[in-house]
Design a protein around this ligand. Structure first.
Ligand SMILES: [Zn+2]
Length: 142
């Protein structure tokens, strides 16, 4: 069974308890890394300048504390890393994350839906999106 390392654990600890439960469930089946939870003003505005985020501080769900968003992606043991070019691997991972979140919501273990940054309108398609943020997951009020 995979487990988060120290860095991922610390980042996930900055996130809302629903995100913590979702990803602590996902890690039991799919190895993955947490890239970002909460983002400070400096880090958020850097992400904006670099084109990695569409918004400046404090308008991102990463700027709430606890963070209402998390960036995560699959970790591959053979390359000891994430394969950022493998967009389909991110989509496969996101499908699993959404399934876990749906089950936890059905069990009333969490109180939010989850939205993936590859399918902002949650219609199951990615080609209709202008901005793809494949590692991004955020909580949405029901
Ligand atoms: Zn994000």
């Amino acid at each position: 069974m995979a487990a988060y390392g120290n860095t991922s654990t610390k980042r996930l600890a900055t996130c809302h308890c629903d995100l913590q439960l979702i990803f602590n469930t996902v890690i039991k089946k799919i190895d993955n890394s947490i890239f970002c939870g909460y983002r400070s003003m400096k880090v958020q505005n850097q992400a904006f300048e670099n084109g990695l985020s569409q918004v400046k501080y404090p308008d991102s769900k990463h700027n709430k504390l606890p963070s209402m968003a998390v960036d995560a992606g699959p970790y591959f043991v053979d390359i000891k890393n994430t394969d950022w070019d493998d967009h389909k691997a991110f989509a496969l991972f996101a499908g699993y994350v959404k399934r876990v979140a749906d089950e936890l919501l059905d069990q009333k273990s969490i109180t939010h839906r989850i939205r993936w940054g590859g399918d902002w309108n949650s219609d199951g398609r990615t080609v209709d999106e202008k901005f793809l943020d494949l590692p991004h997951f955020e909580l949405v009020a029901i």
